[in-house]
Design a protein around this ligand. Structure first.
Ligand SMILES: [Zn+2]
Ligand SMILES: [Zn+2]
Length: 678
């Protein structure tokens, strides 16, 4: 299989060059003109759509998805259809293309120029037709909570519904999801949700979205499996539909296609939308991997074919846009994993992302090769392993896996423990093992801990802390700092260049990355010849309006983070977070006073209680000084005739705030509480 992949990749590369080199006069213009022509064969396309659609459905409520998938009647009569399905494929001439590699980079230049000089066919009647609107609601200026809206006329297709993990200053927040107010306000328009792959930053907010918006979900088998698990947990029923990479189906005015890309989870896809104004490609998360662990090569042919026919806009993963070179194949880890497992004398504890099915496969393969049994810990990892095995994405014999209760039956050198917690998350398996609070696994000398992941920016401190604790317990820790036990799932600059060169988009919108990554991706695209004003670095909520020859930013819609804390979604906002930050920084001081009902005379108090501010027993003088100050203040206000409670509270807050700051240089939260007594 491996060698076959190598060959495939070699051929594909030649094909890429071929496709790019063929400067077909008709390429963009003809393809898009075709897109623009109203086609008579609508019904035929619809039929194709029907057959390729849905193989699996958990349950449905309300409107059926087949009706939707086949195109709302309104959509298919009013809108120009996409013309005949373009099944014609460019034949590779693999032997012709050795000399002109340099031209690869120039190909994009040509595409860009062509785009500029082309005479628009539709001039004069463009206003009569809706524009395509692309609205990223998450994933721009950040890593995580990816979500993009594609809107044409009164139809919306949503791509991905991810979550982000909170940064350290978001105290008490469990997860962060995109603000999809725009979709709630336009819920009637939402015809489908398409998902590129099963990582949390792409599926993690789906259950929240489906509570508000009822639309069928389309994704590949493993992704649907993972989504199913999440929806069950949230007690939500979804209309889930399995798509096979290579499928194309119609949703109203959109013809949607999935093409396989390599990443760190099987079943990852890029998605393209053929729309009345042109084709738009979204890469999803990807890297070019010529030796993928699951044996599924990237569908380079499809990507090249799309580029060949003409792509209006490309949205591409920018995560590693600042990294030079190409991202190594996932399979380079195989050897070093084997090496580590071979060296280990005691137990092996391997931590990685629960969703990195490819990595889990490699770990289990290595365990098998060295006659170790595998025990899986961590709810999310147990779930993923179960689902991935059921669906055939994870190939391991039953005999390899053991339950936690069986651990004691095997000697240390016959065991591998798989766990979550590669990010130093305090509640996850590895961190609990490191702090000695894991119920079943205690780390001891002789253990080898392999952290097969690299910290997501922001998690470095937590990971460092975990490693320190593990080493104190006597474990030998292997991480990407001292061994090749992790590679990124995202393409670096050379991968991104290859994608741009293949797709040759007229317009380019970098997505999935922090601002500097998006900018870096932009520079890279400009370097490849895409005109500066054809590249757009937007932010969450930016509206991009596209016609078949233009793209511009047209305003903004509501976007931003929504915090999820326990059962509360969005009830914790910036004010609550600020309070929590203040509480966590300097604590709280509570001042309780009882005032007589009519006279406003002090009946009891003031009593001052504090938490997290100072150690009261060592600060009695200061606290009694505070009581004196409040008493004096109350006297003064009484003599001045101040009876308004809000005014009294403000004065107490100001007076004590100044007093405590003078004494401690701290700013605790001060809460005056006034009780009324008769
Ligand atoms: Zn991903
Ligand atoms: Zn992602």
């Amino acid at each position: 299989m491996r060698s076959f992949n190598g060959l495939y990749f070699f051929l594909s590369c030649n094909l890429i060059k071929e496709v790019i080199l063929v400067k077909e006069k008709t390429s963009h213009t003809a393809a898009e003109a075709k897109e623009a022509q109203p086609a008579a064969k609508t019904s035929k396309t619809v039929k194709t759509a029907k057959t390729t659609e849905t193989k699996r459905r958990t349950s449905r409520k309300g409107t059926g998805s087949s009706g939707r998938a086949a195109g709302s009647r309104r959509g298919s009569t009013r809108k120009p259809a996409q013309g005949k399905t373009q099944r014609r494929t460019a034949k590779p001439h693999a032997h012709q293309n050795h000399k002109e590699e340099a031209v690869v980079e120039n190909a994009v230049v040509t595409a860009g120029k062509e785009a500029e000089t082309r005479q628009p066919r539709t001039r004069g009647r463009k206003s009569s037709r809706p524009k395509l609107r692309i609205i990223p609601l998450g994933g721009l200026g950040e890593i995580g909570k990816n979500m993009t809206v594609f809107e044409y006329g009164d139809e919306i297709v949503v791509l991905d519904a991810g979550l982000a993990f909170p940064e350290e200053d978001l105290l008490g927040i469990d997860i962060v999801i995109p603000d999809f107010t725009y979709l709630i306000e336009n819920k009637e328009k939402v015809k489908a949700i398409v998902i590129t792959h099963g990582h949390e930053d792409h599926i993690g907010s789906l259950s929240y979205l489906l509570r508000e918006v009822n639309a069928p979900v389309y994704a590949t088998k493993l992704t649907i499996g993972l989504i199913e698990g999440k929806l069950e947990e949230a007690h939500i029923k979804g209309d889930l539909n399995v798509v096979h990479p290579g499928d194309e189906f119609r949703i109203g005015a959109f013809k949607i296609g999935f093409f396989h890309v390599c990443h760190s989870i099987p079943g990852a896809c890029g998605i393209y939308f053929r729309t009345p104004v042109g084709t738009v490609v979204h890469t999803g998360d990807f890297k070019f991997d010529n030796n993928p662990v699951d044996g599924e090569p990237m569908d380079i042919y499809k990507i090249a074919e799309l580029g060949h026919k003409g792509v209006l806009a490309l949205l591409a993963d920018s995560t590693n846009a600042t990294r030079p070179g190409s991202t190594p194949s996932e399979s380079v880890i195989v050897d070093s994993l084997h090496e580590q497992v071979a060296k280990a004398r005691g137990r092996i504890i391997l931590a990685t992302f629960a969703s990195n099915v490819s990595r889990i496969q490699m770990a289990m393969d290595a365990a098998m090769a060295f006659d170790r049994k595998v025990c899986v810990f961590g709810r999310s990892m147990v779930n993923v392993v179960k689902i991935a095995r059921e669906l055939g994405y994870l190939k391991v014999p039953d005999s390899l896996l053991i339950d936690p209760e069986e651990l004691s039956r095997y000697s240390d050198n016959r065991l591998m423990i798989l766990t979550t917690g590669s990010q130093g998350e305090p509640m996850a398996g590895l961190s609990r093992m490191a702090t000695g609070s894991h119920r079943q696994v205690q780390i001891h000398a002789g253990d080898t801990v392999i952290i097969s992941a690299s910290p997501i920016p922001g998690n470095e401190i937590g990971v460092g802390r975990t490693i320190d604790a593990l080493m104190k317990l006597g474990a030998h820790v292997v991480s990407s700092e001292n061994a090749k036990v992790h590679v990124s799932g995202h393409g670096a600059r050379e991968d991104l260049k290859a994608m741009l060169a293949l797709v040759k988009p007229k317009f380019f919108i970098p997505v999935h990355g922090e601002y500097r990554m998006l900018c870096s991706h932009k520079e890279l695209a400009i370097g490849l010849g895409i005109p500066k004003d054809h590249v757009f670095v937007g932010e969450n909520g930016s509206v991009f309006e596209l016609t078949n020859r233009s793209c511009h930013e047209a305003g903004k819609v509501t976007a931003g983070p929504v915090y999820v804390d326990g059962l509360g979604v969005g009830d914790v906002g910036n004010i609550v977070i600020r309070d929590r930050q203040q509480l966590s920084n300097d604590g709280v001081v509570i001042v309780v006073i009882a005032l007589e009902k009519n006279s406003n005379q002090v009946a009891a108090g003031p009593d001052i209680v504090s938490r997290g501010f100072v150690y009261v027993r060592d600060s009695e003088d200061m606290m009694s000084g505070a009581t004196d100050r409040v008493e004096m203040l109350l006297d003064r206000m009484a003599s001045e005739g101040v009876t308004e409670w809000s005014q009294i509270k403000t004065q107490i807050r100001d007076t004590l705030g100044r007093y405590f700051y003078e004494k401690t240089k701290r700013r605790p939260m001060i809460l005056p509480i006034i009780q009324e007594v008769r």
